[in-house]
Design a protein around this ligand. Structure first.
Ligand code: ADP
Length: 397
């Protein structure tokens, strides 16, 4: 038995979960927010009991030390020596990493070199790594990349139709993200399908960020995000795919810079931009039910984008065994799942069972018995994949 810390370090946040492996029992979990700002928020949850502190946490090193202190303070572990490994969620592995790797100084250097591709995320992931490495000097570390699962895409899918030199010189290509989640839910789905010798699955990770993946025999063959997580379907605040000429058009019209427009596409678009209400699907649903026209349009665009992507992946996969819904919206929004599946009934014979679909956050079949395609709700568990890969790569039992 081993205890593994799964870490997700952002620029001002640190999410963590200590898992007992291989049972996958969560010993504690939490998130520290507003690191480096006033009134940082420290959260830890142990056996359903939540503790919260507001204090100034000036950097990630201090945040990591607070987490480790809390582990002994709340008797999660008797001594920090009980922690056997730390797995780090890392956003961009470029073409260098097609699977998880032991995270050492050389990998850290390569990740720094890849920071051009994820300027907000990779440096933050590395700050988390260095802080944990300092605090737990004798423990092994593993990097689990968001991009790795999609490295099985072929060139006709990942190369953009722009001058080829941009790919060769700058690495401009489709990478895709949420790979750990797509991997986890597709593996669970294959299991639920009874481990057939071949399988065609579309996974829909619908959270604040959203992406779909086409998965053939367990391998990703296409996904909706691109060079960055801005591409693909509509999201909470991100536009997803738009005509690229809109950027220069809006620069001319508004006098804003390309960076400012890109910022708007990342932070003020998607559900928030169209509805003018919120980036949260719950508020959009409320607006929709209250008859708000823009909320209605927001829902329609959101559903259309997903359905269009599923249609094209159906063709690419040459058929479809199952669709999986996961992440905040996918796991919790009964009505969005229903609206998406309704649009797939005529063409693909997808039929939800209303009773079965009346569920949140639980792994279950939600399609009707006579549906041509099975539809599952599968809560994602990226931390479990991180802990499993950490065990494997550090040869832990
Ligand atoms: P992140 O991408 O930040 O990890 P999550 O996977 O936690 O996001 O998803 C968060 C989103 O899930 C919210 O913004 C909201 O749109 C959606 N969501 C959460 N709960 C519900 C619910 N009960 N009904 C509809 N949407 C929900």
């Amino acid at each position: 038995m081993s205890k593994i810390m799964a870490v997700n370090a952002g620029s001002s946040s640190l999410k963590y979960q200590l898992l007992d492996m291989p049972s996958a029992n969560v010993l504690c979990s939490g998130v520290i927010e507003r690191i480096g700002l006033e009134d940082s928020i420290f959260n830890i949850e142990i056996n359903g009991e939540k503790h919260k502190d507001i204090l100034d946490i000036e950097n990630h090193e201090k945040a990591v030390n607070l987490v480790l202190e809390a582990l002994t303070k709340y008797n999660v572990v008797k001594s920090l020596d009980e922690i056997d490994g730390v797995g780090h969620r890392c956003v961009h592995g470029g073409e260098k990493f097609a699977s998880s790797v032991v995270l050492d100084d050389e990998v850290s250097k390569t990740m720094e070199e890849l920071s051009d591709l994820a300027p907000l995320h990779n440096p933050a992931n590395l700050i988390g790594y260095h802080a944990f490495k300092k605090a737990l000097a004798n423990v092994g570390h593993v990097a689990v990349f968001d991009t790795a699962f999609h490295q099985t895409m072929e060139a006709d899918t990942f190369v953009y139709p722009i001058p080829y030199e941009f790919y060769k010189e700058y690495g401009v290509r489709k990478y895709g993200f949420h790979g750990t989640s797509h991997l986890y839910v597709s593996e669970r789905c294959i299991d639920l399908l009874g481990n057939p010798s071949s399988s065609k699955i579309i996974t829909c990770h619908l959270g604040n960020g959203a992406s779909l993946a086409a998965i053939k025999n367990g391998k990703s063959i296409n996904t909706s995000m691109g060079l960055t997580p801005l591409a693909g379907v509509m999201m909470g605040t991100r536009s997803g795919d738009i005509d690229p000429a809109i950027i220069t058009f809006l620069m001319d019209k508004t006098g804003k810079t390309a960076y400012e427009i890109t910022d708007i596409l990342n932070k003020e678009s998607g559900m928030l931009g169209v509805s003018g209400i919120s980036s949260d699907a719950r508020d959009i649903e409320d607006g929709y039910n209250a008859g708000d026209e823009r909320a209605k349009l927001t829902v329609e665009i959101y559903i259309n984008r997903i359905v269009d992507t599923i249609g094209s992946y159906f063709v690419k996969l040459g058929g479809l065994d199952a669709i999986v819904f996961t992440a905040g919206l996918g796991e919790n929004s009964i009505s969005f799942r229903e609206m998406i599946c309704e649009k797939l009934t005529d063409a693909l014979g997808v039929k939800l069972d209303k009773e079965r679909n009346n569920v949140r956050g639980k792994e279950t079949l939600i399609s009707a018995d006579d549906s041509k395609v099975k539809v599952y709700l599968i809560p994602t568990n990226e931390e479990l994949v991180i802990a499993q890969d950490t065990m494997k790569l550090l040869n832990l039992k």
